[in-house]
Ligand binder design. Structure first.
Ligand SMILES: C[S@@+](CC[C@H](N)C(=O)[O-])C[C@H]1O[C@@H](n2cnc3c(N)ncnc32)[C@H](O)[C@@H]1O
Length: 322
């Protein structure tokens, strides 16, 4: 039971037009203050004030990340329950709501475009660039190990880039599919697969934030160094889940939380690494559970990055087998 005064505070925080619009926007995934300012067309201090009131009342949560902060709906407590209740009752056809959704899509499209432009520029040198500051060999060995020597029917590599994962795992699948939104990266991937004589893998142009389900379903989905290019990795994971067979697995490799702000300003990263707590929340929301986590600290102490590998398995199938 909550204290009367506290309940009034939560209701007051939620009881305002812009704040209700913010709750509806965050129901579709995490956003930074900058995005929300652009979507609502209100000044940044104003939006920050609304967000603070919502966060103080437990309706949303704030995650600081370097110079930025991301906001998402609260995951538990009275505030979280009230937010869900309200969101379920907001009319999607209301003109304000329709405009917000249009702008939200435009903001996401713009971010996607920035990432695409970056990868168009670096495609030719990507294989060299990606090894910087990262224990690449150990990570690749762990990705192979995560498959446990199995040979699966279909493996999908989301954000395949230059196709390295399809090459590395070519002995582990009968049919491999790589999806990527950069034509330039895919051109390098095609030539790599052809040079290595890998005829059972194909790469296709596509947006993994809204993947075409005809490419699935997969026994295994690999997402190697891709999630940090998304403002809301949890949303992307939910989309990827649609491509997974029941009982299937995802192998995710990404950075642990870090403070290298230049990766954001110069290399199109959106998130400065992903924490264990974030990954378990996103996995649970996508109906997956973490079967294994491994960490690979860098040898380079100054600019080094710790890489994490997560193996996520389909919860439904595991539970029904239990
Ligand atoms: C850092 S690279 C990783 C490539 C590859 N997985 C690897 O580890 O070598 C990230 C890749 O994600 C792709 N990407 C980013 N956003 C995407 C999106 N929305 N849809 C498809 N691919 C995307 C980029 O084009 C890029 O090739």
């Amino acid at each position: 039971m909550a204290d009367l005064g506290e309940l009034v505070g939560v209701l007051k925080a939620a009881g305002e037009g812009t704040r209700l619009r913010l709750l509806a926007l965050l129901a579709d995934g995490d956003h930074s203050v900058k995005d929300l300012t652009e979507i609502l067309k209100q000044s940044q201090p104003r939006v920050s004030r609304h967000l603070k009131l919502l966060a103080d009342a437990g309706l949303i949560q704030r995650n600081a990340e370097g110079a930025w902060a991301y906001y998402g709906l609260a995951e538990d407590g009275d505030g979280a329950a009230l937010a869900q209740w309200l969101i379920g009752r907001i009319d999607g056809d209301h003109p304000d709501r329709r405009r917000d959704v249009e702008r939200q899509q435009a903001v996401r499209a713009h971010q996607q475009e920035q990432a695409t432009q970056y990868f168009a520029k670096v495609a030719g040198s990507w294989d060299l660039l990606k090894t910087l500051h990262v224990p690449e060999e150990a990570v690749e060995a762990a990705v192979v190990e995560a498959l446990g020597g199995r040979r699966v029917d279909t493996l999908i590599d989301l954000g395949t880039g230059t196709g390295r994962m399809l090459e590395l795992l070519s002995g582990s699948y009968k049919r491999g599919i790589g999806l990527d939104s950069s034509r330039e990266m895919l051109a390098v991937a095609r030539s790599r697969l052809a040079t290595s004589g890998i005829g059972h893998a194909q790469v296709r142009l596509g947006d993994i934030g809204d993947p075409d389900v005809v490419v699935g379903p997969a026994d295994v989905i690999v997402i190697h160094q891709v999630l940090h290019y998304f403002d809301d990795p949890g949303r992307m994971l939910g989309q990827a889940r649609r491509l997974l067979k029941r009982g299937g697995e995802m192998i995710i490799v990404d950075f642990a939380p870090h403070n290298l702000e230049f990766l954001r300003t110069e290399h199109a990263h959106r998130r400065l690494g992903l924490s264990q707590a974030q990954m378990s929340g996103w996995a649970a929301a996508a109906g997956l559970e973490i079967a294994q986590t491994r960490e690979f600290p860098s040898q380079d102490n100054e600019n080094g990055l710790t890489v994490c590998l997560w193996r996520l398995s389909d919860q439904v199938e595991r539970n029904s087998n239990a």
